[in-house]
Design a protein around this ligand. Sequence first.
Ligand code: J5X
Ligand code: AKG
Ligand code: FE2
Length: 347
Amino acid sequence: MATSLSEAYRDTTLQLKHIIPLDFDSIHDLPESHVWTTKDNLLSEKGDILSIPVIDLNALNATELVRNACQKWGMFHLINHGIPLSLVEEAEEHARRLFGLPVERKLKALRSPSGATGYGVARISQFFSKSMWHEGFTIMGSAVEHAKELWPDEYEEFCDTMDNYQKKMKSLAYEILLLILKALEVDDQNQDQEMNICSPSFYQSEGALQLNSYPCCPNPNRAVGLAPHTDSLLLTILHQNNTNGLQIFQEGVGWVPVPPVSGALVVNMGDLMHIISNARFPTVYHRVVPNETKHRFSIAYFYGPPTDSIIAPLSKFQIPCFRPVTLKDYISLKSKHLEKALPLLRI
Ligand SMILES: C=C1C[C@]23C[C@H]1CC[C@H]2[C@@]12CCC[C@@](C)(C(=O)O1)[C@H]2[C@@H]3C(=O)O
Ligand SMILES: O=C(O)CCC(=O)C(=O)O
Ligand SMILES: [Fe+2]
């Protein structure tokens, strides 16, 4: 039996203090545990004029637009993506309902120290001495076990919405992946072969869903919503509610805000895409800054191949700059070395 994604994320080293979020409802001042002194808050001076491209999935020149956006930013806003707005709104509504529960209730669905799913702080928290102004809920496959802990009698609607959302995201992610392979000039003939490099059973990948909540913050300048990181898998599809906060880092430019575009989903490249594109596409280093007056919610879908797939630069690249790695091994490298995982694979 192949290892499931949640098994690959099983961790035996995490401690409970690295899982339980703050009880935001009862806090009126920023506690010392959440004050980040080293945070460089500097936004790019060109930040206002720089903006992440908006791409229409049905545009005739979508491939070229995706190629340029991926090369320059590793990120784009996607419109005409075919996901009904009603489904996105429904999922956001469920996320609000979940994070709005009293803390005792949310803690019933706490991620276990060795587990991958449920309520808790972001996994990367263990690498930082200060805590983030954030709470999350991770779903891999069915959410039913944790949903029952949150709402013993009325968990079904939540599960149905999350199932449906994941299913739609998965087919959209696949469509985007094909577009990206085209953008990388993998011709149709080679496509099957290239897909096999990613996986013999690519279509069985499950992906993961992360609901994020960043409550209003009493002192946003000294706090961090989500610390800078890159996403590990192939690509991420993000819905952000109408609240600023997401920023991406560009070498030589600084932090660039990614304000929400109504109706659009944000697509960003992850570490695995950086590998298969032989470093032609950057993996996006991003963070979230908190807000004093608006509560930010976001929903991220992480798309990747099955965990036993071998990840390597596409065969068209004659001088590969990464050595092959299975996703399972990459996950364990990343959980030990965070952003030093990718350089460790450099040839
Ligand atoms: C499939 C994934 C992707 C994960 C781990 C696992 C489930 C939760 C995802 C996140 C969500 C929050 C940021 C991140 C960096 C984190 O701490 O947990 C992500 C991470 C990754 O992209 O590495
Ligand atoms: O809230 C956001 O916009 C960012 C979320 C994110 O980066 C993640 O879940 O990996
Ligand atoms: Fe992320």
